[in-house]
Design a protein around this ligand. Sequence first.
Ligand code: C5P
Length: 205
Amino acid sequence: MIIAVDGPAASGKGTIARALAKRYGLPHLDTGLLYRAVAATVLREELDPAREADAVAACGFPDALLDDPWLRTDGVGQAASIVSAHPLVRAALLQRQRRFAAQPGGAILDGRDIGTVIAPQADVKLFVKATPRIRAQRRHAELQRRGFDVTFDRVLADIRARDERDAKRASAPMKPADDATLLDTSFLSIEAAVQRAIALVEERT
Ligand code: C5P
């Protein structure tokens, strides 16, 4: 069974994907981390995320980098949405994601283009969404919990900027696959969103 979970930042897709992976015993790949690793490498080497050649040169990052907590920061997230718009970066990361999806026992991947580009053959496709304000509230609360001093307006502006870049790029833009099921988590608790996702998987398999 292949499960594709797509959606914008702070929609709940990562939490849902991890919960489904645990429930069904499937390996899980957070594909955003791959773009974050490219972005982190570009930033660390003081290169320019907007230059495709700089970003492509960073695609050979070491696997150990994927565990670095720095990758989860919003600064790296913004740079990730810049490097991820380059077609050659997407091409460089494509096979790795397709290989992961093709494991004999199945897999679950979350990202922006899993249902449309990486695994269009997925058995279940979820597109998780929530309003920008609600996503910004979640992200803001999380950042405050982790001790980052940032305003709500700043977080909302960052979320809107990232949505816009991810949805408007020419190469594999963020959008629901035609056969994806939309799951709006705006007014759902984490537990309720996960239950709903499990029900959708059960319905479709
Ligand atoms: O999901 P996450 O917020 O970690 O993703 C970081 C960035 O990586 C996104 O804003 C998006 O630009 C890019 N991304 C992508 N395709 C994916 C996953 C992430 O373009 N499949």
